[in-house]
Design a protein around this ligand. Structure first.
Ligand code: NAP
Length: 331
């Protein structure tokens, strides 16, 4: 297909959210743009850490990466479930370079332990993929008291990235990937109101604030480490039918129904960003959907909130709350 026609169709799809985010967006783009099949990548020798590998998009991504031969560290929060996933994937793909790593991403002590285990067990790390995430109907607190969505989407990944940065740099070219959500388009950047309280708690709003913080931090890591050989990308998967969506968004699941993507379709861009040595390595700090760079803002109201001051405050807040050694994030 002519590239200009594919561009025009992509733009038309992207304007209204629904067709772009559903399986229609995936199916039209993958066909028109003749995407390289994920099954054709050879990832032997690449060491990758994937969080949230036990369900939904993470499980689909793990299967594709294992199939391509990657040395894969599957991070899960439940030891028995994660080991079961490892054993199943090893049997299905024939890949014997799969290991497990146990941590709740909202538990900063567990994240510190997990980072130490990775450094001790793997001499190289080429990809760190933050995919773990959940939307909670009611407010929960992480072990350090931080609201759980913020702890597991923002602080845990920030800390893990910081603690593994030296290993990633030493393994360059390397990539850090963050699975955000299109839900963040509705919400601006906030630091003072990043954690919602008991009185005003809304699971979807809390989730959107955390996802907005994730994409902002992605750009900030990329700018800070621009010359390091490590690239940072955030993405969103569109709308995919996963156990997470079934549990957290039953009404949405009913309405969008058969138009939801499969987990494999939702995970495609994550796997592609981890595997492809073209655009994903040649670009940095971008936000993706369906193998294309997308805008961080769709609304003037959210764009106005995204100021240099808010960004600096967010970085400072993450440093303080995680207790990360500033030397770990020295460019
Ligand atoms: N599906 C969609 O349409 C959609 C849309 C936008 C964004 N996303 C994002 O895509 C990612 C994957 O979601 P999904 O739809 O595949 O959901 P899912 O089926 O519920 O899978 C979520 C994964 O994250 C893990 N996880 C959740 N909280 C964790 C924590 N605190 N520590 C460690 N692991 C944790 C889960 O572990 P357990 O197996 O132990 O529960 C599971 O492996 C999330 O970041 C989500 O926000 C999904």
């Amino acid at each position: 297909m002519n590239v200009r026609i594919a561009d025009a169709v992509d733009t038309l799809l992207e304007l209204p959210i629904a067709p772009s985010f559903t399986r229609i967006g995936y199916e039209v783009r993958s066909l028109l743009e003749r995407w390289k099949p994920l099954a054709s990548y050879d990832l032997r020798g690449r060491v990758m850490l994937l969080t949230g590998a036990t369900s939904g998009l993470g499980l689909a991504a793990a299967e594709a990466l294992a199939h391509a031969g990657a040395t894969l560290i599957l991070l899960g929060r439940d030891a028995a479930k994660t080991e079961q996933v490892r054993a199943d994937l090893a049997r299905r793909t024939g890949n014997d370079r799969l290991s497990t790593l146990i941590a709740d991403m909202g538990d900063l002590d567990a994240v510190r332990r997990a980072a130490g285990e990775v450094v001790a067990s793997h001499a190289a790390l080429h990809v760190l993929a933050h995919n773990a995430g959940a939307l909670h109907a009611t407010r929960r607190a992480a072990p350090d008291g931080t609201e759980e969505t913020v702890a597991s989407h923002v602080l845990g990944p920030f800390l893990l990235t910081g603690l593994l940065m030296a290993r990633l740099r030493a393994s360059a070219p390397a990539r850090v990937l963050t699975m955000s959500s299109g839900g963040m388009y509705a919400t601006g950047l906030t630091v003072e109101r990043l954690e919602m309280g008991d009185d005003d708690y809304s699971g979807t709003e809390q989730y959107a604030r955390a996802k907005r913080a994730q994409v902002t931090l992605n750009e900030m890591w990329a700018a800070r480490f621009a010359a390091s050989g490590v690239v940072f990308h955030a993405l969103h998967p569109g709308w995919a039918l996963t156990p997470g969506v079934e549990t957290s968004l039953p009404t949405f699941r009913r309405i969008v129904g058969p138009l939801l993507r499969t987990p494999e379709q939702g995970a495609d861009t994550l796997v592609w960003l981890a595997a492809d040595d073209g655009e994903p390595l040649a670009t940095n700090g971008c936000f993706w959907l369906d193998r294309r760079i997308r805008a961080l803002h769709r609304l003037p109201t959210t764009r106005r909130t995204d100021t240099a001051e808010q960004r600096a405050a967010l970085w400072r807040w993450c440093m303080e709350r995680t207790g990360l050694d500033p030397a770990a994030v020295e460019p």
